[in-house]
Design a protein around this ligand. Structure first.
Ligand SMILES: [Zn+2]
Length: 294
């Protein structure tokens, strides 16, 4: 859900003021400092850097909501010292963009995932569910770190290639799912998983309902009736539910799907505890496989 996507302006201004007060901070050491809004992007940076840098991921727990996050002074300090900042973009982590604008560094590099992926305003912001995103980010990070620290270019290339090699499993897994999707319809509680669904060859049949949930508004009676019909008439292969956002209306749909023996695939918006991007995606793709086989 994206109810409170823009953090409090006053707070951010206060943070910026604080940082200006600190002046241009000297780095603690020579290692590359990275700040990422989301932990799975930070994971790619960690993989490429190995022991030649430090990564601070601000959303680093499933209990933090990226949409309504309000940056702390600690976050602002980390941003002020960062050589590289990774933002999702498309308004998803606007709070970080504001802190970056306030830090006013001339040398800092900002990687915006939406620009990297050529996605402009209005595009679905859950860009990490597009399997091309993480490889593209990894390659960009190899380039960026090698420019900042040419001495370790070979290390960054090797680390990056190792990480990219692991990620290729996901495309293989997705391709296998694609052979069974055959353009079937699915319904979703909100558009979190949509890039993956589309790549698998599914058609989201309830976009209007999902958009309402995403915007934090009530789906219309027509939206609800349409979705109930999709489930009752078994017109969808499965229902995708973001289990971090189960409002009463979603719970109703979830229950109806169970009654009607329509498979339910559970996904999350943020990286679950003790998972990596790879294991997280694998688990969700496995859930799709299970739905296909039921
Ligand atoms: Zn979302």
């Amino acid at each position: 859900m994206h109810k409170k996507r823009f953090g409090s302006l006053a707070l951010i201004s206060a943070l910026v003021f604080l940082m200006v007060g600190c002046g241009q901070s000297k780095k603690n050491n020579d290692q590359i400092q990275v700040v990422s809004s989301l932990d799975f992007y930070g994971e790619a940076a960690e993989a490429v850097l190995g022991r030649y840098g430090q990564v601070t991921s601000i959303i680093n727990s499933p209990s933090l909501d990226p949409h309504s996050y309000e940056p702390t002074t600690k976050d602002a300090k980390a941003v002020a010292q960062a050589d590289v900042v990774i933002e999702n973009g498309l308004g998803y982590d606007q709070w970080l963009a504001k802190v970056v604008a306030g830090s006013n560094s001339k040398t800092q590099k900002v990687i915006q995932i939406n620009q990297l992926m050529n996605r402009t305003d209005g595009a679905n912001e859950h860009l990490w569910y597009d399997l091309k995103t993480m490889p593209k980010l990894t390659r960009q990070l190899i380039k960026q770190f090698s420019q900042i620290d040419p001495t370790h270019k070979k290390v960054y290339q090797k680390n990056g290639q190792d990480y990219l090699a692991k990620l290729t499993q996901l495309q293989t897994q997705l391709d296998a799912l694609k052979t069974q999707a055959k353009g079937q319809k699915v319904a979703v509680s909100e558009p979190v998983f949509n890039y993956a669904l589309t790549a698998m060859g599914y058609q989201v049949a309830n976009s209007h309902f999902a958009k309402a949930i995403e915007d934090g508004t009530d789906p219309s009676p027509q939206d609800i009736a349409q979705m109930q019909a999709l489930i009752k008439k078994h017109q969808i292969a499965f229902l995708v539910v973001n289990k971090q956002e189960e409002s009463p209306v979603i719970q109703q749909m979830h229950k109806l799907a169970k009654q009607e023996k329509v498979p339910v695939v559970q996904v999350t918006e943020t990286l679950p505890a003790k998972q990596t991007y790879l294991t997280w995606m694998q688990q969700q793709f496995k859930a799709v496989r299970k739905a296909q086989n039921s």
